[in-house]
Design a protein around this ligand. Structure first.
Ligand code: FAD
Length: 405
């Protein structure tokens, strides 16, 4: 429990400059200014020319995320929404259906009196905007640098970096996506519930304008989501039983498009082009200890969800702003940033939202994944009922927008 002399002490160290760590860096700007906080962000992957002015070249190989209206409001608060929206496609309508069954649910922006139910933004653009914003803030940016070891000490946590630096964080935020082994070093266990499914992601072009419609189609093998992108491309998230995606990853483009057409049908038009394909194995993973003295776990490191309801990053962004609000309260009250009482207050703010979102998206996957004839009818009836029952549908729309917890 001795702090090495050469380690540099920071008020807050963020491990991971991905979507969540970078958002947290941006969200801390007012606290950095008001309290002269010393903050460092450490990101392992090199960023392509992050200081260059923001420009965008559309390509066919980028992942995109559905961002709820609530997340857009948070991006406004961070001062990045104007830039984000340059490459954001508004979702005007969500169409939910089940292949081979009668019944569909339509959620309309107009029904809830808003211009958009949410937005779809390429992840590469979100990263670009956040990193560009970060470079203008008075914080330390260690990139590329990997945190190799983390250990609790009396002052917080001591980190050793691949670039030879050693840092001590009074508060360390673990936003490493959960795959770097740091949670294991700390002895923080995960709860795993594998879905035995893999998401195949690609951008596709369609023969007709998408008109801002996002489709969620439940098939026997798992859900298929099609999200509108800026211009006329769409983001495909095609869930497969684990292992079955492998054959589709290697199909020729024309064979792939024909199989997609067969599985999805014609509702969105004819699929004419597909970009590069990426596969993501799906498991519900949650960290059993989201906070410890001097440590908070955020984003995918805290909860990796099934992408069916597009909630993972939206949930994480609420965690980011709740953490900043809790730290702001703590600083005003003179509490140390790593104090367990403060971090427990943060966890109390988060637990219901997190549990609700996990229950919602996990329940959706499991409800549509069960192949029982009676259940299918119940699901179809449910979809039809949802279509008819205005208040229920509006409630679902508000949840999709991230304005209902
Ligand atoms: C197929 C799919 C589709 C999705 N679609 C949506 C959607 O539509 N809407 C939505 O809200 N969510 C969606 N999600 C969830 C969303 O992608 C995640 O919630 C989000 O990416 C989590 O970001 P993160 O920053 O926590 O983790 P990551 O994106 O994994 O970032 C972690 C960062 O930490 C860095 N890092 C790792 N280890 C270290 C280390 N030791 N030292 C330093 N840096 C390190 C990595 O380089 C990386 O940049 C989807 C997820 C999947 C799999």
């Amino acid at each position: 429990m001795v702090t090495p002399k050469k380690a540099v002490t920071h008020d807050i160290v963020i491990i991971g400059g991905g979507l969540v760590g970078a958002s947290l860096g941006c969200a801390l700007a007012p606290l950095i200014e008001r309290h002269a906080l010393r903050v460092a962000v450490i990101e392992a992957a090199p960023l392509p020319s992050s200081e260059a002015p923001l420009t965008w070249q559309p390509s066919f190989d980028a992942r995109a995320s559905a961002i709820a209206e609530g997340a857009a409001q948070r991006f406004r608060r961070l001062g990045v929404w104007e830039a984000m929206r340059q490459e954001a496609a508004p979702i005007k309508r969500i169409h939910i259906s089940e292949r081979g069954r009668f019944g569909a649910t339509r959620l309309n922006a107009a029904d809830v009196g808003v211009d958009a139910l949410g937005y779809v933004i390429p992840n590469a653009w979100m990263g670009r905007v956040l990193h560009y914003h970060l470079t203008g803030l008075p914080l330390e940016w260690h990139c590329p640098a990997r945190v190799e070891t983390i250990a609790p000490i009396a002052e917080g946590h001591r980190l050793t970096l691949s670039d030879g630096n050693e840092l001590v964080g009074a508060l360390t935020v673990l936003a490493d996506g959960g795959r770097s082994g740091l949670k294991e070093q700390l002895g923080i266990d995960n709860a795993h519930a594998p879905y035995e499914q893999t998401a195949l992601i690609a951008n596709v072009a369609v023969s007709q304008p998408h008109q801002g419609i996002a489709y969620e189609r439940f098939t026997r093998d798992g859900p298929i989501a099609l999200l509108p992108l800026p211009g006329n491309a769409m983001e495909l998230v095609w869930t497969h039983p684990a292992g079955e995606e492998k054959a589709r990853m290697t199909l020729s483009d024309s064979e792939f498009l024909a199989q997609l057409q067969g599985a999805f049908g014609d509702r969105a038009g004819r699929f004419t082009h597909v970009g590069s394909r990426h596969a993501y194995p799906l498991t519900l993973t949650t960290a059993r200890e989201p906070v410890r003295p001097g440590l908070a776990v955020l984003g995918n490191a805290a909860h990796a969800l099934h992408p069916v309801a597009g909630q993972g990053f939206n949930l994480a962004l609420r965690g980011v702003t709740d953490l900043v609000d809790t730290l702001s309260d703590g600083l005003a009250a003179g509490q140390p940033l790593g104090a367990m009482a403060l971090l427990e207050a943060f966890e109390r703010r988060r637990e219901d939202d997190r549990a609700n979102v996990i229950r919602f998206s996990d329940g959706l996957v499991r409800l549509f994944g069960l192949d029982l004839p009676l259940l299918s009818h119940a699901r179809a009836a449910g979809l039809i009922g949802l279509n008819l029952a205005g208040p229920l549908r509006r409630s679902l729309a508000r949840r999709a927008m991230g304005v209902e917890r």
